[in-house]
Design a binder for this molecule. Structure first.
Ligand code: ADP
Ligand code: MG
Length: 367
């Protein structure tokens, strides 16, 4: 990137984006309702949720591609709800590469500048700089069919950034790519976003991606935000059973809450919310909050002396490179999945003790 453009980009401070009370209806379907979210200056917020939860609608409303039926959107304090897309000053990247096939990579990147009537020599210089930013300076003259999927998305990112927009909007930008390229480009997006300090909304249905890339994650469900927090907050303190289930890999076990503790087959666990009322519940236990030990000869009973373990039998054990994931059928019924060290090798049919770490658990009243 040229010196002037780099400096201009790096000294910008990102915009503050506020959704307040936004609603969007399609016919009778409420795609967004009471949608409140603030993106701080320079922050990357991931909008995470299952398919159909309203993520794309929220992004399109912010971009001005859809109108709000209620509520409004402010950027740096100014109400932009009535402004057309062209005047909102946003860069966008979508899942499909959407490059113009008859234009070279460089010409694709130049497109937004051409629309703004930037003179040709400056256009070319800025497009080259934007391509350099995504590591594609040598690909200016290539056409889309001469680029890999990951390279096409990098061109799309350069095209979105070349006009130095106030806000960057990414809608599932990595979903069409294979796993390795997805992680590389995710990290590259994060690095560039941090360097430029551009406020970014990153839509994804992939929780690993959201946790890895974001300053904060907003989890959506049925057109609303269920929880907003840092990746760590969401993971360790899920506000609702939906979040506990959606973020991370948990086992659901039947249990009973009594006096602020959950009991699962006789194992007593602290509650994330100790004020949860007594009664039958589903208990969420993370795969990494369980460990396995060979069942010793003295441990014939279904629960061991410490009160923290349950007996079971290995059903399947999968080697996943950096870890191993093993399913165990519990003596009392039901199956748990345990994530553990690759060096703990287990055979199908082995008798094991499943030990609970004792980390506080979220629970959901049994229906
Ligand atoms: P997500 O991006 O989280 O998968 P969307 O925002 O695309 O979800 O969609 C939210 C809901 O709104 C879905 O039920 C979807 O079917 C509906 N929807 C989205 N766009 C339209 C549209 N143009 N017309 C009618 N329904 C729509
Ligand atoms: Mg979508």
């Amino acid at each position: 990137m040229s010196q002037t453009t780099t400096q201009r980009a790096a000294t910008r401070t990102g915009a503050v984006v506020e959704f307040s009370g936004v609603a969007k209806r399609y016919g009778t379907h409420l795609a967004l309702t009471e949608f409140d979210l603030t993106l701080r200056a320079g922050e990357l917020v991931a909008l995470l949720g299952p398919s159909g939860s309203g993520k794309t609608t929220a992004l399109r409303v912010l971009a001005g591609l859809e109108s709000c039926d209620d509520g409004g959107i402010r950027i740096d304090g100014d109400d932009v709800s009535a402004l057309p897309t062209s005047r909102r000053d946003m860069g966008m990247v979508f899942q499909s590469y959407s490059l113009f096939p008859h234009l070279s990579a460089g010409e694709n990147v130049e497109f937004g500048l051409r629309m703004r009537r930037v003179p040709a020599p400056e256009r070319r210089e800025r497009a080259a700089a934007a391509l350099a930013l995504v590591g594609l300076d040598a690909h200016y003259d290539r056409f889309a069919h001469q680029l890999s999927g990951g390279q096409q998305q990098r061109v799309a990112l350069a095209r979105a950034l070349v006009t130095q927009p106030r806000v960057l909007l990414l809608d599932e930008p990595l979903s069409a790519l294979d796993a390795k390229v997805r992680v590389q480009l995710r990290d590259q997006i994060r690095r560039i976003q941090t360097d430029l300090g551009i406020t970014t909304l990153f839509v994804t249905h992939d929780q690993d991606e959201a946790l890895a890339v974001a300053d904060r994650v907003a989890v959506m469900r049925d057109g609303r935000i269920e929880q907003v927090g840092t990746p760590e907050e969401l993971y360790t303190r899920p506000a609702t059973p939906f979040i506990a289930d959606f973020v991370g890999l948990s086992n659901r076990l039947p249990g009973v809450v009594r006096h602020g503790f959950a009991e699962v087959h006789g194992v007593v666990l602290p509650l994330l919310d100790p004020s949860h009322p007594d009664g039958a519940v589903q208990v969420f236990v993370r795969q990494e909050d369980l460990t396995l030990a060979p069942a010793g000869p003295g441990e014939a009973g279904p629960a061991d002396q410490s009160g923290r373990s349950l007996a079971g039998t290995v059903l399947i054990s999968s080697f996943l490179g950096s870890l191993r994931r093993t399913s165990v059928r519990l003596a009392q019924g039901g199956t748990v999945v345990v994530q553990h060290d690759v060096r703990d090798r287990l055979q199908v049919g082995d008798s094991v003790m499943v030990r609970f770490s004792g980390a506080p658990v979220p629970v959901q009243a049994a229906s």
